[in-house]
Design a protein around this ligand. Structure first.
Ligand code: NAP
Length: 285
């Protein structure tokens, strides 16, 4: 038996269609969701991400600005720009593309973004609200993972979810979201002994490590749902996940491909956060 593929592109297209309808309704009320993406420096991968975000805005009819700053921009100037957009009422989401050049500290920059416009969900108040179960703008990749599970009928409730990776942008928040969805959650990392054995206990296995093809067939319980967040560039230029797809596809019950699994969801959830933020700014719940 071969795993059913979780087609992130298709699911993402469906969500965008649903959002398109909401955007029309909002526009009829005179509200246009607005997103600014700030890019410092010339990182090649970041340039692609920023272009894709601008394209998604255009596709959905959002107002969008892309600010490209030179690599030698000072932290003070970047903070001043963020403050300008914090005040600007036609902007509902502010995203500073990471990584930043080495001379700029990430934390003060993330902290400077108004929590109401924190569409990446990285601000400590957003993180805290997620942790205590209050309303928050959720980080995009983790909330995309939850959407993939729910929209394929794989509700996390009552399941044992094992998350490999404990980063602030994926591992920890996706673990909190799975807990909020009533899964029993085990979080693993580079110091976890017997990783394969722990992973094999998972009904839902989420892998966000950054090591190409780390997860093999013997790590997967037959029938498990396997979500591969990893995006690794192979020497031949191809993208591959943290899960050895060919090895695992015969054992897993459900599996995300890379590319075309989690990846397309991230930008869609960013668009959803911007829409939500615009609605809140105008008192529309
Ligand atoms: P990260 O910050 O480097 O964190 C990696 C995590 O994996 C750490 O917690 C680390 O453990 C753990 N780890 C590393 N090697 C391990 C091993 N051999 N066994 C077990 N755990 C190990 O990475 P990230 O930002 O979370 O990203 C993870 C992957 O997801 C990357 O491939 C990234 O490109 C991808 N990603 C994709 C999207 C998307 O939109 N699809 C978005 C974000 C990230 P320690 O904490 O102990 O060091």
């Amino acid at each position: 038996m071969s795993a059913q593929l979780i087609k992130g592109k298709q699911i993402s297209d469906t969500i965008r269609e649903e959002m398109r309808h909401e955007v029309e309704q909002l526009k009829a009320k005179g509200v246009i969701p607005g997103l600014v993406v700030i890019l410092v420096g010339e990182d090649a991968a970041s340039q692609v991400y920023v272009r894709n975000k601008a394209k998604a805005c255009e596709d959905l009819g959002y107002y969008s600005e892309v600010v490209r700053l030179p690599a030698d921009t000072t932290q003070t100037d970047l903070l001043a720009l963020i403050e300008k957009y914090n005040q600007q009422t036609n902007i509902h989401g502010i995203l500073v593309q990471l990584p930043l050049p080495k001379h700029i500290e990430e934390k003060p920059v993330i902290d400077a973004i108004s929590v109401h416009k924190d569409v990446d969900g990285f601000h400590p108040i957003s993180v805290g609200n997620l942790m205590i179960g209050d309303d928050a703008l959720l980080p995009c990749t983790p909330s995309g993972v939850i959407e993939l599970l729910k929209r394929t009928g794989n509700s996390p409730a009552g399941k044992h979810a094992v998350v490999i990776g404990r980063s602030n942008i994926v591992g920890k928040p996706v673990s909190m979201l799975l807990l909020r969805e009533n899964a029993t959650v085990t979080i693993c990392h580079s110091r976890t002994p017997n990783l394969a054995e722990v992973a094999r206990q998972a009904d839902i296995l989420v892998v966000a490590v950054g090591v190409a093809k780390l997860v093999k067939e013997e790590w997967v319980k037959p029938g498990a749902v396997v979500i591969d967040v990893g995006m690794n560039r192979l020497p031949d230029g191809k993208l591959c996940g943290d899960v050895d797809f060919d090895d695992v596809v015969g054992t897993a019950g459900w599996l995300t491909p890379v590319p075309g699994g989690v990846g397309p969801m991230t930008i869609t959830m960013l668009m959803a956060n911007t829409l939500q933020s615009a609605k809140r700014a105008h008192g529309i719940v």
